[in-house]
Design a protein around this ligand. Structure first.
Ligand SMILES: Cc1cc2nc3c(=O)[nH]c(=O)nc-3n(C[C@H](O)[C@H](O)[C@H](O)COP(=O)(O)OP(=O)(O)OC[C@H]3O[C@@H](n4cnc5c(N)ncnc54)[C@H](O)[C@@H]3O)c2cc1C
Length: 299
């Protein structure tokens, strides 16, 4: 039986059954995981994936849950929360980072070493694994996380660990190979540049000023990608949807590409609102908005 196998191999106290996921994601919605396991380092992360493969358990990795909408019905199989957090600085601006390192921690550690580049992830409340998966970054400056990548260490669906070069990762605007390959990101090697503290702080300030436009509280960040030569938020606003609410999910008054959880939203509320935004923009402007968020679980 899968449950017994997982518990035996990953530890009696470590595997939680029917764990509610809402508290583990930024939007604070979603049902339970059949099985939930927190990997505290890269070894545990690799081991949990190998156990899932060996026991034919479907599994999914959760970083900080800042870009996922988890179904109200929850997630079948095993959810592995990635808390692998080692950062190793190497000579010449290279840095090797576990995929569970939080962006904010990496930004601070790099700044303390006089290294610049990762500021593009300021106020992106995810992990390095999530940043590789989504090729997260600063759309206004056209600076993406993938630009900094030298190598990505992954584990594939057969449990083989491999290293991929940047050019093999197919990075694009919020696109990477990992969105279709099913491979899990274990570690990343980045190339950063030397800079003065003042240079790093001035760049950070410029980004922070822009982020003031974003609403606080539980959200998924940008709901849609910007269409070519346009802005998703502007189109949604011009479709008259700012402030529109479905159940407890509301389109932010501050930034129309952000949906906020007013406190009692369900995942179905959020999904219904997303569909409304899409259909109204299509009706009014003939533009198909493309989602930026990832749906996890049983829909
Ligand atoms: C307030 C707010 C502001 C935001 N601002 C920005 C912004 O400016 N720019 C931007 O690009 N994004 C932004 N986002 C979106 C989000 O933070 C990013 O997409 C982030 O990179 C997601 O990282 P995460 O660790 O939270 O990933 P999660 O949400 O946990 O996961 C996202 C997807 O990645 C997969 N995944 C996670 N880790 C791994 C791994 N190690 N291996 C394989 N797959 C993995 C998950 O299975 C899931 O499918 C924002 C979100 C919020 C809530």
């Amino acid at each position: 039986m899968i449950e017994e196998e997982l518990v035996k191999k990953l530890g009696f106290n470590k595997v939680k059954i029917n764990e509610p996921l809402a508290s583990h994601v930024y939007m604070k919605v979603g049902g339970p995981a059949d099985f939930y396991y927190e990997a505290t380092d890269a070894r545990e992360l690799t081991e949990a994936i190998k156990v899932a493969i060996k026991t034919s358990t479907t599994f999914v990795i959760l970083g900080n849950g800042s870009n996922v909408l988890i179904s109200d019905k929850g997630v079948r199989g095993l959810v592995i929360k990635n808390n692998a957090k080692e950062v190793k600085f190497l000579p010449h601006g290279f840095v090797e980072v576990d995929s569970g390192v939080e962006n904010a921690a990496l930004i601070t550690a790099a700044k303390n070493r006089g290294l610049t580049g990762v500021e593009r992830l300021i106020k992106v409340p995810g992990t390095v694994g999530g940043a590789v998966f989504m090729n997260a970054g600063d759309t206004v400056r056209q600076e993406f996380f993938g630009d900094l990548v030298v190598l990505v260490e992954i584990i594939d669906g057969q449990g083989n660990v491999k290293k991929l070069r940047k050019e093999d990762c197919w990075f694009g605007y919020r696109v990477s190979r990992f969105q279709t390959s099913g491979e899990i990101i274990l570690k990343v090697k980045l190339q950063l540049k030397q800079a003065t503290k003042e240079e790093i702080e001035s760049k950070a300030k410029d980004i922070l000023v822009r982020k003031v436009q974003q609403p606080p509280g539980p959200t998924l960040g940008s709901t849609f990608k910007n269409p070519p030569d346009n802005f998703a938020g502007k189109l949604i606003e011009e479709a008259g949807l700012k402030g529109k609410q479905v159940g407890g999910a509301k389109i932010s008054e501050k930034h129309a590409n952000f949906i906020i959880n007013t406190g009692c939203a369900t995942a179905s509320d959020v999904k219904a609102l997303i569909e409304l935004m899409k259909s109204e923009v299509k009706k009014k402007f003939g533009i198909n908005l493309e989602g930026e968020i990832r749906y996890l679980g049983e829909w």
